[in-house]
Design a binder for this molecule. Structure first.
Ligand code: SF4
Ligand code: SF4
Length: 373
């Protein structure tokens, strides 16, 4: 594939091209000591010169000496919050003489340009595409936002302490699903990006950004960075035969052990870029003049989520943790044809009691004698 070269000083021209084309640019920025995704208007709002340190239940940002734009990995948020928002109104009605009338939704569909999307996140988006757009029932809210979105991906130049995308075959190199993909290179006093164009839309926009063809040594420098990242993952998860092992071990005592620690706080599901459970709330105003139906993120860790006929099907924390992990690493395959985990590490970093999905899966594997229990 032909690769191009974007000099660091021309990076603002890329952002300007996106905004001139009518996109709302969403990119990493720093808020309350963490990297979050939000609208930005200038390059100065990127986390320039920040590196993140991540471990189980640990997250810190540190300033670095260099002025890299993307020298960190993923934070607590994912792009899910823009494509599948945490709270969305499905419909609204108002009382009129003689009955009720549906209030038409006049909100325009946002046209997002996501800048800084990592390989694992592209895989997570592909998984959610399948869930929301490729089954019998299509979610029109997700579909409209997704089809309007543009993706500027970034190959990871560092691996986080809780990352394990290499063993999941979901990173750190972006391979598909992007409009433009950048690899940031800082070497020998130079700062530039090696760029791949991944779609016709990307090609059209790229014409307006100052660039030239990358020299072989520049493309090789970018490839070396990605390979170095792949070789320095914080964690790994052996997925060979894992769905079968986990399904066999459904009565393992390990589930009870983990339940002694798990708080059922649902953090892991909120930060996960593939989790998609929802709940519905109907709200009326006190005068009975209007009503609305709201869809909100929910979690298999809440008691109410499996509430039917006067009780919760998954009453214990053991049952809820087991449901979450078996869905992610086993039954998701039957349902959607892939694992439900992309190795981003968020659930490990943001679990307040340091529960680690890679360690739990390894413990289950280790106890497997091929017979179950
Ligand atoms: S595994 Fe951790 S983050 Fe998930 S519900 Fe349990 S305590 Fe919360
Ligand atoms: S299960 Fe954990 S590591 Fe896997 S995609 Fe979700 S948050 Fe990331």
């Amino acid at each position: 594939m032909t690769t191009f070269l974007l000099e660091r000083e021309d990076f603002p021209a890329l952002l300007k091209t996106l905004t001139d084309a009518g996109y709302q640019v969403i990119a990493p920025t720093v808020r309350e000591g963490a990297i979050v995704y939000d609208e930005i208007e200038s390059i100065a709002e990127l986390p320039i010169g920040y590196h993140d340190e991540q471990e189980a239940a640990f997250y810190r940002l540190h300033p670095t000496k260099d002025k890299a734009l993307f020298s960190y990995v993923v934070g607590p948020q994912s792009w899910k919050r823009f494509l599948h928002p945490p709270e969305v109104r499905l419909w609204q009605a108002k009382r009129v003489e003689g009955g009720m009338e549906i209030v038409p939704n006049t909100q325009a569909v946002p046209r997002y340009a996501f800048v800084g999307v990592r390989a694992c996140e592209l895989h997570a988006i592909a998984i959610q595409d399948k869930i929301f757009m490729q089954g019998e029932f299509v979610d029109p809210i997700y579909q409209a936002r997704r089809e309007a979105a543009l993706i500027v991906a970034v190959n990871c130049g560092v691996a986080g302490g809780t990352c394990f995308c290499a063993s999941m075959h979901t990173g750190p190199q972006v391979t598909s699903g992007f409009d433009l993909a950048l690899t940031e290179v800082l070497e020998d006093g130079r700062h530039y990006f090696v760029v791949e164009v991944g779609s016709d839309t990307g090609k059209e926009l790229w014409k307006d950004v100052p660039h030239r063809k990358a020299k072989p040594e520049e493309a090789a420098a970018a490839q070396h960075i990605i390979e170095h990242t792949a070789a320095h993952m914080g964690r790994e998860l052996d997925i060979d035969g894992l769905p079968e092992i986990i399904t066999r071990k459904i009565e393992s005592p390990r589930w009870e052990t983990i339940a002694q620690t798990c708080l059922a706080c649902a953090n892991c599901t909120m930060v996960c870029p593939t989790c998609f459970c929802n709940t519905i709330e109907d709200v009326t105003d006190l005068t009975g003049g209007s009503a609305e139906r709201i869809r909100k993120w929910d979690s298999c860790f809440t008691m109410d989520f499996s509430y039917i006929h006067g009780g919760s099907v998954r009453y214990s924390t053991k049952a809820r943790y087991r449901q979450w992990l078996t869905h992610k690493l086993a039954t998701w395959v039957e349902q959607f044809g892939t694992l439900g985990c992309v190795g981003c590490g968020r659930c490990i970093t943001w679990c307040p009691v340091a529960i680690d999905i890679t360690a739990e899966a390894a413990a289950i594997r280790q106890s497997d004698d091929g017979k179950g229990k």
